[in-house]
Write a protein that binds this ligand. Structure first.
Ligand SMILES: [Mg+2]
Length: 262
């Protein structure tokens, strides 16, 4: 089984670390030159601050609700990212960690039995929080694409799931896929989501899973689409890649690049 560990509202969490009075207050972080909103705390999401929206447009809402607003500090985020990744390497072994972005890593959990996976996920979440102060969500499933689905659900229901969701049976996977709009599937962009909905009436990830691999290949970008369908069916098609252990590796150098994902 594989896990994806994803930091919750990563940039906002980094800013909050040194300002605990903001823990339950709305927080946003702005891109270079304060142009756009690139990270929002749950409280900021709840009052309707939009992701990647221009700051000037959101300003009235931000002022009305007294949202704490920060310019981005990529040195800080890079440093905390490093600590989170090091913690994960300590917990599951460095050969089992594949850093995916500044605030996300895939883990190989092959060494654990299925019965232990929820406990392992909780342990990972708690250890990262204890050692770094950063809250994370953990999604576990047979493939990377499905682990992303699990992570999404963990984030959406933080209290009920304790930020950990394990999809270890076909039934759980199918229920999860049914709850997931097709546009929320990892690798399905807005264009493909629109096309799937308008041309083929595919609204949720379960419908997408039931399509053939040939359909994926023909209509969803060739081999990438084929792999996507296979991963949704629970067949591993995106293998773990070599991790970026060295702090000088490209992803740390690119940490400054704003991206909606954080
Ligand atoms: Mg994140």
């Amino acid at each position: 089984m594989k896990a994806i560990v994803d930091c919750n509202s990563f940039y906002c969490s980094c800013e909050r670390l040194f300002r605990p009075h903001l823990d339950d207050k709305p927080v946003v972080v702005l891109s270079n030159n304060d142009g756009c909103i690139i990270s929002r705390s749950d409280e900021a999401k709840q009052i309707g601050v939009e992701m990647a929206g221009p700051y000037f447009k959101a300003k009235p809402l931000i002022e009305k609700h007294n949202v704490a607003t920060f310019s981005s500090n990529y040195n800080l985020y890079g440093d905390l990212s490093w600590r989170v990744m090091e913690t994960l390497r300590t917990v599951v072994g460095k050969e089992n960690v594949e850093v995916y972005s500044v605030d996300e890593a895939f883990l190989n959990l092959e060494n654990f039995t299925n019965d232990d996976l929820y406990k392992v996920s909780l342990h990972i979440r708690e250890t990262v929080e204890q050692w770094t102060g950063i809250k994370v969500s953990v999604g576990v499933a047979p493939t990377k694409v499905l682990s992303k689905v699990a992570n999404h659900l963990a984030k959406k229901n933080k209290i009920a799931t304790q930020c950990c969701v394990v999809l270890d049976t076909k039934e759980k996977i199918n229920i999860a896929l049914q709850k997931t709009p097709v546009g929320d599937v990892w690798g399905v962009g807005r264009q493909y989501a629109n096309k799937l909905r308008d041309e083929w009436g595919i609204y949720d990830a379960l419908q997408l899973q039931q399509l053939s691999e040939a359909f994926g290949k023909k209509h969803l970008g060739g081999v990438v689409g084929e792999r996507l369908i296979r991963e949704l069916k629970g067949i591993v098609s995106n293998e773990m890649e070599d991790e970026l252990v060295n702090k000088n590796d490209c992803y740390y150098q690119n940490v400054w690049q704003p991206c909606y994902r954080y």
